[in-house]
Design a protein around this ligand. Structure first.
Ligand code: ZN
Length: 157
């Protein structure tokens, strides 16, 4: 009897509040879900954000070297890829890459994202724990998580 009464009471409270806090909670939950789905792979890789600045007519990718390090890829290969996509001839200077011309800062995150999907993530299981192998000029991804061996197109792995 007591239990029933309690239950009804708590229901009433929730309904009568009709509230901002409910809305906020829902919003938070939705945002959380969005975050989880779109950043799953990136967070497992723990990639930093590209730091891009313009100096005169040059674009400096200040933390470039962190990316091949985190992805365990040859910096030269990643640079080749960026140069091809940006139609540029950037070069490595210490930890940075210097591109001629003013490149759109937001394009770097997009390109790296694409590189990761094409040359790092295992297409079988989705793990980023892969290494690359060359065999008669063909590139392969070897997955350390599931053991799959997948061919990669292009020359940038
Ligand atoms: Zn795999």
């Amino acid at each position: 009897m007591d239990k029933l009464k309690l239950k009804r009471d708590s229901n009433t409270t929730v309904v009568s509040q009709q509230t901002k806090s409910d809305y906020e909670r829902l919003l938070k939950r939705l945002q959380g879900q969005l975050k989880n789905t779109s950043r799953k792979e990136a967070s497992r890789l723990e990639l930093p954000s590209p730091q891009i600045i313009w100096v005169g007519q040059r674009t400096i990718f200040r933390n470039f070297i962190e990316f091949p390090k985190a992805l365990r890829r040859d910096p030269e290969k990643l640079l080749l890829y960026l140069n091809k996509e940006l139609a540029s001839a950037g070069y490595i200077a210490g930890e940075r890459v210097i591109f001629l011309g003013r490149k759109e800062p937001s394009s770097f995150a997009t390109l790296i994202d694409r590189y990761v999907k094409e040359y790092v993530i295992c297409p079988v299981c989705g793990s980023p724990d892969t290494r690359t192998e060359k065999n008669k000029k063909l590139g392969f991804l070897l997955c350390e998580a599931c053991g799959a061996r997948s061919s990669v197109k292009g020359n940038y792995a």
